[in-house]
Structures are given as C-alpha cells and as structure tokens.
Design a protein around this ligand. Sequence first.
Ligand code: TRP
Length: 325
Amino acid sequence: MARAVQAARRAAPAATNDPFTADVVAGLVAKPKSLPPKYFYDLAGSALFDRITQLPEYYPTRSEIGILQANAPAIASLFPQNCALVEFGGGTSRKARILLGAAATVEAYVPVDISGDFLQQDAAQLRRDFPRVEVYPLVEDFTKPFALPAAIAALPRVGFFPGSTVGNFEPHEACKFLRHAGTMLGDAALFVIGVDLVKDSKILYDAYNDAEGVTAKFNLNLLARINRELGANFNLGAFEHHAFYNTARNRIEMHLASTRRQKVRVNGATVDFRAGETIHTENSYKYTIDSFQALARGSGWTPLKVWTDGLFSVHALVNKTTEDR
Ligand code: TRP
C-alpha cells in the first residue's frame, strides 16, 4: 500500500463498524445535532433512571403502579386462559409482577430487553416468587422482529408495554411499533400499554427538571459514557441539561446545551458547537386518552378499556384479526 494512502487512512476517523460509534458520530455531525436515547441505559444510566422513578416530581412511575394495583383484577380478567405475558423492554419486572400476582392464567412470562444483565438476575427471582410461571428472558431489541420461545408458540399472548416508553417514539414510529407488536403477538392478542397524559405544563416541566438534578445527571451521563467508551473529550462542565414542554407538539424535549463555543473530539472527528447549540437527546410525547386511542386504531388495534388517575393512563387494546386490517 502506498505511504500516502496509509497516512490518509490513519488520519481518517477510526473504523465505525461499532453501531454505538457510528450512531454517535452520525448524530453529532447532523444538523440539528441529536443522539439516540437508547444509549442512556448503561450501568450508570440505568441506576440514575431508577432514581428518577423515585423522585417526588417524577409522577409517571408512581401513577402507573397505582393504576395497575388498583385495577389488577379487572386487567387480569381480560387475559385469555393459559396465556403468555410478553413484556417489551422488561428490564425490571416491577410492574409485570402486579399483573402476574392477579392473573392466575399466565403460564409464561417473556421479558424482552436489550440489556441482558438485569434480565437474568430478575428471572431467577421471578421463578422463586411465581413458581407456576415459566420465565423466558430474551435479550433482543424489541423494536425489531425476534423469535419468541418455542415453548410459548401455542399459547395466546398478552403484550405489556409500560412506562410510557411508547411516548419516546415519534408518533409515526409508535404506529410502526404497534403494528410490529401486533404481528409478534398474533391475532386477537391483548396489549396492555402505559401512556402518559397531556396535562398542566408546570407538572410536566417539573417531572423532567427535578430539584435534586438527577434527571440532569442522567442526561449528562450520555456524554460521560461517550467519553468513557469512545475516548471522546466532552467537557461535562460546559454542557447543561435543558428540558421543556413543547406545547405545539405535546412533547417534553430533552437537550444537552453547550454553554459556550467549543470543539469536541469524537473518534477522530472534530465537532464544533456554537454557544447555546444543543444536542437533542430525547422526546417524551404526551397523549390524551382519545389521541392515543386514535393512534392505536390507526395501527391495527381496537381500544377495549382504559384506566386512569387523571395523570397517567393504562390502555387495554385488542389486535384486530388480519382480515380487518
Ligand atoms: N419513558 C419515560 C418518559 O419519557 C421514561 C424516561 C425515558 C425518562 N427517558 C427519560 C424520564 C429521561 C426522565 C428522563 O418519561
């Protein structure tokens, strides 16, 4: 190989066959800059998120658990006999346990999550707590097609998607996800989904701007992770957590704002920031009961029931049969 070519190869950014590297570089050279929220959840990020769910300002977790507890028998009464409960993103089974405790008809529980460590630990504890339930943890990206365990092939399925994670998708992606879940769960399947509601913007603002600054730490941990794992040199003191409610689009936006003009090196590339320029790290769309039911109808599901405490909602949807689609 000619020397000049070798030198050029060395000067170019390091190979980006690793999806984390490729996604980070692509997001930071894009205009406006953004980073995929799925990378929030390394070990430190997952621990911070766990703290977020316990914050006084962060009502969604408490609300959803309250709704599930208050209505567990009613929800369980919709489950078919001898069914399998498939949780999309079941990193911790805290909420699924409420349903498993109320639904004696569940034979198998299939938590599907991209991070395997928590899944395996949690599966062992679940088997002790619910000896009648077979637990089949799957380490998969639940937004993509994956094979369900052969052992549940013949069982009717109930999907579970708590945490208003559906709100972290763009509405068109949420529609795509709901259709994909319909294909995975099968005709006439039941789907139980937690969805955060549109409400007073002060309550929404505070939920993502807690006084203790845990949400800010969670957001900034993404840059810390990029430094740790990709050898980047983000100065964490020169970026700030910005979260606000975008009323026109019914969504909380989370950003990391550069407090000044600066350059950051990431994997051989130099990224320039203007003062005040932001990296958009996440959206959390809020729905009304009607707007979510309309989204569900447009995505191949029929709304069956909804439970709410006024802040959060839990929907039961039924998959339309293939002929009706
Ligand atoms: N899906 C939840 C929400 O949007 C949880 C969540 C995801 C979250 N990312 C977050 C909460 C960042 C606080 C900060 O509310």
